[in-house]
Structures are given as structure tokens and as C-alpha cells.
Design a protein around this ligand. Sequence first.
Ligand code: SF4
Length: 335
Amino acid sequence: METEALLKVTDLHVEFHKRKSSVYAVNGVSFEVYKGETFGIVGESGCGKSMTCKAVLGLLKSPGKVTEGKILFENKDLLAMSPKELNRVRGHELGMIFQEPMTALNPLLKIKSQIFDALDPAVYKTKQQKYDRALEMMKLVGIPSPEVRLEEYPHQFSGGMRQRVMIAIALCSGLKMVIADEPTTALDVTIQDQILKLINSLKEQMNMSVILITHDLGVVAQMCDRVAVMYAGMIMEMTDVVSLFYHPLHPYTTALMGTLPSAQQVGRELNAIVGIPPSLTERIEGCPFAPRCAWASEICRKQCPRLTQKEPGHFVRCHLDNQESGQNGGWDNGE
Ligand code: SF4
């Protein structure tokens, strides 16, 4: 894996304002994704992980908009691009695999036409070139009898096969980075594993970077090199996957780990984090996790901590000193 940043997101804010209500969905998110790595963004529903990636791709729906921040892809400022330029980058350098392939595929068009539409016309000029590329991609994603299936419609495919088609469409122009938003949530467990392995092997073959959005820590462990844990529109902890699982430093991450089922729990209720995530309809003054955190103190309720590097490559947003909690490994709040 190279250590050159392909994507650099700095202090990203996404807000939704209607006449009578506002939602502060993403609140100062910063991260980098390096060439060839799989970067996971994990968190509960509504934590801002999908909104962050939609902002990167320029796919926020009105009234959602980026109100602050910078998004550089290969040092090109995506927020400063015209819709035409952004479309070009989005289709051919930076792509997305959606959670539910049936909603992303056009039910009225043959699979062949949908792959043709996704191909860069500057590279694939003739019908034969397009057909050859479509066939190659169908083979690459493991769809049997690709010549026959190219002539079929989405409803003739199973859920797993539709997700393979979506991956073929997303990757057919030779992307540099793909954002996969919960790509296996809508699939059976056995198919989930096949799709994750497929994404991994295509990433290797095509030397791509992947951003994987998920609520599933098992998927993170299986797929990711580095991970950001999001809560209330902020990154709470960001580090490599081994440190996250063996040496988590943030109380929210520790609480999330505690919700993972273990063999000892067979027949017993699963653990859950007490309380609910905060409403994002108002700006939160202190640490957004304070109402659910066993370590919350006065300062936590008054002042939101900054994301700070506690160990090399390990960033944490917390006021806590490990000596207070006795659970973490040797850091103070660094501010
Ligand atoms: Fe808990 Fe305070 Fe750390 Fe927030 S800043 S996670 S409330 S200890």
C-alpha cells in the first residue's frame, strides 16, 4: 500500500436547512485515504458516514449542502469543480457502489446498455469496444454465461448477482477509488461474504482505493486497513484496524466493541449501548457522546474535544486521561 493521499477531506461540514428546521449532519470531518488502501467509516445509522461520502461525490440532495471544508481528490478541489467536471471525475475516477442495487439499476434497460452508459466514450468509442469491455467486466465479477446475461434485465438477476452487476458498472471505467456504502446489507450472509471477497480481489487487481461505509465491525475487521469511527457527524477515533480492535482509546469505540456478540453469549441478550444518539437538529456544545458515556465529566458537557493524535497514526476525540478511566493506554487530552 502506498502512503500518498488520493483523497483528502478537511474540516467538512454538511448541513440541511429548511424553513423551520435544520440538521447538522457532518460536523468538521477530516481524513485522508491513501492509494491502494481500504478505509472504513463505521458508526450507527444517522452518524453522518453516508452524508460524508455523498458530499465527496457531489451527490447531496437539496437542501443538503457543504457549508465548510475542502475535498481534494488527487489534489483537485472537488468542491470548486463545475458539474460537468465533477461528472467526469465521478464516473471515471471516483465511483460508488450502493446498498440496494435494485434502486440503482434501471429496471427498463438491459444490463448491456447500463454498462455501455457507464463507459468513458473517450476510451470506448465503438460498439464492439463497449461490448468487449462489458463482457470482460461481467467475467471479472464472476457472472456465469455473461453473453446471455448481458441481454437480460435487472429483475432476472438475484440480489447477489445484481450487486455483482453494480460492481461491474462502478468499476468498468477503471476507477482510482470506489466508495461502497453498506454494499452487503441487503444480501444474505453467505452472499455477503462472496461480495466482500470480490471487492477485495478487484481492489488488488485494479490497484484501487476503497472507502467502505458500514455499521458492521465484523466487515471492518475483514476488509479495512484503517478505520474512522463516526458519531453525531464527527470522527471520534481513527486508526489502523489492528489498533482499533486491540487497543481502542475512545469510550464510544469501546462501547461499540462491547456490543459484538461472543460465544459466551449464546442464549443471552446482546449488549447494547445505553441511551440514544443525540438529535442533530441543533449544534451540540460539549462532547456529543457525553449523555451515554460512563466517563463524562463537567468539561465534557461544556466543551467538545478536538480530534487529537494520541499515538502515531491514532487519533482520538476525547478529554479523558487514561489514568482516570484505567482502561486505555497512556495518553492525556493533548490540548
Ligand atoms: Fe466521554 Fe468525555 Fe470522552 Fe466524551 S470527552 S467520550 S464524554 S470522556
